[in-house]
Design a protein around this ligand. Structure first.
Ligand code: PLP
Length: 455
C-alpha cells in the first residue's frame, strides 16, 4: 500500500496541475488521495476514514456509495452512451430530466438548457441574456449586478460575476460589464450599532442607487446565490431577497437565482429561493442534480425569457450556442435517478428536520475563543475564526489558522472546507441525527486542539 501511495503521490506531484491550490506548496506537500467512499464517509490511500463534511464540493447529496446511480449509468452506456441535442436531435433521458426540472422548480421556470458545469451554465445565462436584450432591440441593456464574495464559477463570464479577489487577480477579470454590490453578510458588514433591518434597508438603497447611477436601461440582470456559499456561507439578512425582487421587477431587471449549492433541499426547502421568499426568472442548477456522480448543470428559464430568444433564433437561423455534452444521456439519466432518490429520501425534509440540531451544534462553538461567528441555514454552515472576538479582527495572515484547522480536522477524521479562516460544513443530504452528532464531536475535538496550536 505504501509503495502504491508513494508512487501515486509522486505521479500527482509531477503531472497534475490542481485547481484552487497553491501549486508550489503542493510540490512540497503532495496530494491527499481519496480512494473510495461509503455513505457519508471517504477513505484515503492509507485506509484512513473521514466523514466528508463538505460532501465533496458541496455536492454529493446521495453519499458516496449509491449503487442505483452506478447501475443507471452502466445501463445507459450500454443502451446509448452518447447522443447530442444540436439541430433538433434529442435523447430520452435529457427530455425526461428537462420535464422533471420544469415540474419541481418553483414559479414559471419551464425550460432547461444543459451544460456540464455550473460555470458553463452561468456563462450560458450571460450569453442568453445578452442575446435576448439584442433581440428585444435593447442593445444597451447588458450589465449584470452581482455581490462581493459571490461565487458563480471561473470561466470568463461566470468568473467575472464571482466577487472573490483570488478568482480575479491576474486573470484580467472581470471581463464583462458587472457591478458588485455589498456582500449581504450582517455580522461582517453591518455597521456599528446598525440593526439587521437597517442593514437590509442600506443594501436595498445601494441597489437602487446603483440602478439610478448606471441607468435601468443598461442593466440586464441581477444574479445571486440565495445563501452565499463558497464565499464563506453567509445567509442573507431578513427581508433582503423580497426587497431585491421588488426592485428588480420595478426596473425590468431579470432575477437569476444561482442554486448550484442551495438547490435540491440543502436549506430545508426544495430550492433556496423558497427559503427566502423570492421567485427568479432564471435559475442555475448543478452539483446535487446528479450528486456529482456525473458532470451536469442546467439553466432553467421562464417563458418570458425564452420567447425573445426563440424569435431571434428563427431570425438568425439558429440559437448559436451549445456544448457537445449538452443533454448528455448518461449524465441526464443519472440526474433523473438521483432526483428520484432525492424524492424518496425526502432530502429537503431531512434538512428541515436536522436543521435545529445541525445549526445548534455549530452555534454551541460560538463561545470558543477563536470563533467569531457560527452561522448557516438548513444543512450548510460555517465557523468564522478571528484573531479578536470582540472586534471581529481577522488574523494577520488570512488563511493560516484555517489551514491549520483543516489539517487537524483531517487527523480527527473530518473533512471540511477552510475558506480563508472560515470553516464550512455542508454534509451529504443523507446524514442522520447520529451523523450530525459525530460531525460536531469531531469538529469540537478539532477546535480544542486548534486553540493550543494557534496560540
Ligand atoms: N455557482 C455556484 C453557486 C457555485 O457554488 C459553483 C461552484 O462551486 C459554481 C456556480 C460553478 O460550478 P462549477 O465548479 O461546476 O463550474
Amino acid at each position: 500500500m505504501d509503495t502504491l501511495s508513494n508512487s501515486l503521490a509522486a505521479a500527482d506531484m509531477a503531472h497534475t496541475l490542481h485547481p484552487n491550490t497553491n501549486l508550489r506548496a503542493h510540490e512540497a506537500q503532495g496530494p491527499m488521495v481519496i480512494q473510495r467512499g461509503e455513505g457519508i464517509r471517504v477513505f484515503d490511500d492509507k485506509g484512513k476514514e473521514y466523514i466528508e463534511g463538505l460532501a465533496g464540493l458541496w455536492s454529493v447529496g446521495a453519499g458516496f456509495s449509491q449503487k442505483r446511480l452506478a447501475d443507471v449509468a452502466y445501463q445507459q452506456m450500454l443502451k446509448l452512451p452518447y447522443y447530442h441535442t444540436f439541430t433538433h436531435k434529442s435523447n430520452e433521458p435529457s427530455i425526461r430530466l428537462a420535464e422533471k426540472l420544469a415540474e419541481i422548480t418553483p414559479g414559471p421556470l419551464t425550460r432547461a438548457f444543459f451544460t456540464s458545469s455550473g460555470s458553463e451554465a452561468n456563462d450560458t445565462i450571460v450569453k442568453m441574456v445578452w442575446y435576448r436584450s439584442n433581440a428585444m432591440g435593447r442593445p444597451e441593456k447588458k450589465k449584470f449586478l452581482a455581490r462581493t464574495k459571490a461565487y458563480h464559477g471561473i470561466t470568463i463570464a461566470s468568473g467575472s460575476l464571482t466577487g472573490l479577489p483570488v478568482n480575479h487577480r491576474d486573470f484580467d477579470l472581470p471581463a464583462i460589464p458587472v457591478r458588485h454590490l455589498t456582500c449581504p453578510h450582517y455580522w461582517r458588514f453591518g455597521q456599528e450599532g446598525e440593526s439587521e433591518a437597517v442593514f437590509t434597508e442600506r443594501l436595498l438603497a445601494e441597489l437602487e442607487a446603483v440602478i439610478a447611477e448606471e441607468g435601468a436601461d443598461t442593466i440586464a440582470a441581477f444574479i445571486g446565490e440565495p445563501l452565499m456559499a463558497a464565499g464563506g456561507v453567509m445567509p442573507p439578512p431578513a427581508g433582503y431577497w423580497e426587497g431585491v425582487e421588488r426592485i428588480c421587477r420595478a426596473n425590468d431587471i431579470l432575477l437569476v437565482a444561482d442554486e448550484v449549492i442551495c438547490g435540491f433541499g440543502r436549506l430545508g426547502t426544495p430550492f433556496g429561493c423558497q427559503k427566502y421568499g423570492f421567485t427568479p426568472d432564471i435559475m442555475t442548477l448543478s452539483k446535487q442534480i446528479t450528486s456529482s456522480y456525473m458532470p451536469l448543470a442546467a439553466v432553467m428559464i421562464s417563458d418570458h425569457v425564452y420567447a425573445p430568444i426563440a424569435d431571434n433564433s428563427a431570425k438568425v437561423g439558429v440559437f448559436g450556442h451549445g456544448f457537445t455534452a449538452s443533454g448528455h444521456p448518461v449524465s441526464t439519466a443519472v440526474g433523473l435517478e438521483n432526483l428520484a432518490i432525492m424524492e424518496e429520501q425526502d432530502w429537503a425534509g431531512n434538512a428541515a428536520r436536522l436543521e435545529a440540531q445541525f445549526q445548534g451544534g455549530l452555534r454551541s462553538f460560538a463561545d470558543h475563543p477563536l470563533v467569531g461567528e457560527a452561522r448557516g441555514d438548513g444543512l450548510i454552515g460555517a465557523l468564522e475564526l478571528v484573531a479578536d472576538k470582540a472586534t471581529k479582527r481577522p488574523f494577520e495572515t488570512v488563511g493560516a489558522v484555517g489551514r491549520m484547522a483543516a489539517v487537524i480536522g483531517h487527523d480527527e477524521g473530518l473533512i471540511f472546507r477552510a475558506i480563508g479562516d472560515q470553516l464550512a460544513l455542508c454534509p451529504p443530504m443523507i446524514v442522520t441525527a447520529d451523523d450530525v452528532d459525530e460531525i460536531m464531536t469531531r469538529m469540537g475535538r478539532t477546535l480544542a486542539r486548534l486553540t493550543d496550536a494557534a496560540h
